[in-house]
Ligand binder design. Structure first.
Ligand code: 13P
Length: 241
């Protein structure tokens, strides 16, 4: 199982001290089959990659520019630059960025440039509450997958993170039944081998007991709870207990 920490726009150099516990945990037997990936803000990727140099925890960025090469794009960073400072993954299509105007076509370009730079992609999809109420979940997810992965060949490097927008930061998660069906639906969109599927949205040490029972999920994308090392470790431990 994969446990991805998305720190969003939180954390500074001193926050990295809290990860000593996580490093210790990652070297213990209790980690079991858990694979940890930390996605800090870009400012912390380089120091974090030094900190994690002697452990198995991977690092990802939270977004990227779609251009493969350098260019006059003030304030942005491309995948080549992220790879250069130690990122192995990049999150693309997060709803917090879709809300700011990122569309499926742009996300498709970002995914392609990430794969070119040899980054693995955590591709976020999910419906809003209004879309859910209008029973549009399936058509929204289909479209996001269809356009986002258009002409993307190497699907083995893609993780799909199903993050219903209404579950992010709200403490509300989908019912087990709904989640099983949605994950099955996502898998049905892929002919041969499906990408790994993560669930994200209000994952915490309490609800992990229910979430871990959903056996077609390959892991979790964790926001708020991942900023607290104890909670993050607890989520992993409870997944295997
Ligand atoms: P929360 O876990 O805080 O709901 O955030 C989920 C998320 O957006 C992860 O990418």
């Amino acid at each position: 199982m994969y446990f991805v920490a998305n720190w969003k726009m939180y954390g500074n150099l001193s926050s990295l001290n809290t990860l000593n516990k996580v490093i210790k945990f990652s070297k213990s037997k209790a980690i079991n089959k858990g694979r940890l990936i930390y996605c800090p803000p870009n400012t912390l990727i380089s120091p974090l990659s030094k900190k994690f140099s002697n452990c198995q925890i991977a690092i990802g960025a939270q977004n990227c520019h779609e251009n493969e090469s350098y260019g006059p794009f003030t304030g942005f960073v491309n995948c080549k630059m992220l790879k250069n400072i130690g990122a192995q993954f990049v999150i693309v299509g997060h709803s917090e960025n879709r809300k700011k105007g990122e569309n499926d076509k742009l996300i498709n370009l970002k995914i392609k440039s990430a794969l070119k730079a040899k980054l693995k992609v955590i591709f976020c999809i999910g419906e809003t509450l209004v879309e859910k109420r209008k029973k549009k979940t399936k058509s929204i997810l289909s479209n996001q997958i269809k356009i986002g992965l258009k002409k993307v060949k190497n699907k083995s490097k893609i993780f799909i993170a199903y993050e219903p927008v209404w579950a992010i930061g709200t403490g509300i998660i989908p019912s087990s039944n709904d989640l099983i069906k949605t994950v099955q639906f996502i898998k049905s969109k892929f002919k041969k081998k499906f990408p790994k599927i993560l669930y994200g949205g209000s994952v915490n040490p309490k609800n992990i007991k229910n979430l871990k029972e959903i056996d077609n999920i390959d892991g979790f994308l964790i926001g708020g709870a991942s900023q607290n090392a104890n909670k993050f470790i607890d989520i992993v431990k409870k997944t295997y207990s």
